[in-house]
Design a binder for this molecule. Structure first.
Ligand code: HEM
Length: 410
């Protein structure tokens, strides 16, 4: 079937589907299919009222976008709504879309220079030491759960594990890791205190950098400081902020979605507990059906261009519909448990693909295993249909997972 041709420009379109409708509805695959039917592989959507963007929902089209940084840049300074004031300084879109001096918002040689320390630092982590740190963090969080009454496995566990472990990889003590966690939650909440808390995060990390300059350690902070591609401490700080920010929500949603499926789908749960579905395969199933970054921001068009019959104007934003691409009929829709297949787009693809795939898998696997081991009789405390979804337009996952469970010793 050939894609419908609209020939419309983004600025001319009204009554668009809000992006969050794809992450907060019960049937995201159906929502993406309807967009595909109406618009083809590149659909106009609304990020927030009055701010439209393109959602790239075709597997082939996403590949084309990420491989062509001359046409589709990471430079958010190009973004028309930011330039003409439709996105103001208080916009909740800014924490995730405002330009920053780091690898994520760079193209070309600058991106390659700033990405290398992230990649090399993460690749150089000792698997054994990292596994020990993650296990200790998970156990500490389980030990702190109330012995009686319902537990929210998102707030008390899934949301805590990634930040505390990634902070630990930087050699940041648990109490400061918890403070960073509070700052990041407030930052993404875009509340009045967001600026002050961002300042506090920078102060904490600057202190960690100074301490590591004085006493180097076998951790990510020292790896970042020693990397020849970082030209000064400001770049090290930017890389630390990027790593902590990029790893937090994605990994928490991955853990929470996997636990949600186990708690709500008895067949899936039995297969995991009975050893017929390994934890890694269960995690991959989630990356196919409910990838944490359902809609990945952002590329900006550097010139007027055409993509899948849509007229993209210079300065338009393009969001990568990673969840949609996983169910793209062109790529062969996946509606079964497909063990061993990691060709999903959950970690992105191309030049900016996630550099933390190994470590985030270790975190997610350990977090899920620890729940199986330490909370063996965990049961949902509410009907499955009442598990609320996070209201984010980017990630799709449970906002809360209330369970009852007996805690066992580690
Ligand atoms: C410890 C956890 C993690 C860390 C430290 C981390 C770090 C990063 C960083 C630094 C980038 C930017 C790379 C660049 O621009 O060159 C990135 C990109 C990305 N990460 Fe991760 N990440 C983590 C976990 C995850 C997880 C669990 C997922 C989803 C399964 C994920 C999905 C992505 C995606 C989709 C991109 C962007 C791809 C693109 O825009 O082309 N990440 N990550």
């Amino acid at each position: 079937m050939s894609a419908p041709v609209t020939g419309c420009r983004l600025a001319e379109l009204t009554d668009l589907t809000p992006l969050s409708a794809t992450t907060t509805c019960p049937d995201p695959a159906g929502a993406y299919a309807r967009l595909r039917e109406t618009w083809g592989q590149v659909a106009p959507i609304e990020l927030v009222p009055g701010v439209p963007a393109w959602l790239v929902i075709g597997y082939r089209e996403i590949r084309a976008v990420v491989r062509d940084e001359l046409r589709f840049s990471r430079n958010s300074g190009l973004w028309s709504p930011l330039r003409d004031g439709r996105v103001g300084p208080d916009s909740g879109l800014l924490p995730i879309m405002a330009p920053r001096e780091n690898a994520y918002f760079s193209d070309g040689a600058k991106h390659r220079r700033l990405r290398a320390p992230l990649y090399d630092g993460l690749a150089g982590l000792s698997e054994q030491r990292t596994a020990r740190l993650i296990r200790a963090t998970c156990d500490r969080l389980i030990d702190r759960l109330p012995v009686e009454g319902p537990i929210d496995l998102v707030a008390s566990y899934a949301a805590q594990v990634p930040m505390l472990t990634v902070a630990g990889l930087f050699g940041i003590a648990p109490d400061l890791g918890e403070r960073l966690q509070a700052c990041v939650i407030a930052l993404f909440g875009s509340g009045d205190d967001a600026q002050a808390l961002f300042g506090e995060m920078q102060t904490i990390l600057t202190g960690i950098i100074s301490a590591h300059r004085a006493a180097p350690a076998a951790d990510l902070t020292t790896a970042f400081l020693d990397h020849p591609n970082h030209h000064n401490d400001a770049e090290v700080l930017a890389s630390m902020l990027l790593t902590l920010g990029a790893g937090w929500e994605t990994t928490q949603v991955w853990i929470a979605q996997t636990l949600r499926i186990m708690l709500t789908d008895s067949r899936f749960d039995a297969q995991v507990r009975g050893g017929h579905l390994g934890i890694d395969d269960a995690l991959d199933h989630v990356l196919w059906t409910d990838p944490p970054m359902a809609n990945q921001p952002t590329r900006w068009a550097t010139s007027d261009t055409v993509l899948a019959s849509q007229h993209i104007a210079r300065g338009d934003a393009l969001i990568l519909g990673l969840a949609a691409a996983n169910t793209d009929p062109w790529a062969g829709a996946q509606d079964r448990i497909d063990t061993g297949n990691r060709a999903h787009l959950a970690f992105g693809i191309g030049l900016h693909a996630c550099p933390a795939q190994r470590v985030s898998r270790l975190i997610a696997r350990t977090a899920v295993e620890t729940v199986l081991h330490r909370l063996p009789d965990a049961r949902l405390a509410v009907p499955a249909a009442e598990v609320p979804l996070h209201p984010s337009p980017w990630t799709r996952g449970p906002a809360h997972l209330p369970v009852t469970a007996t805690r066992t010793r580690s």
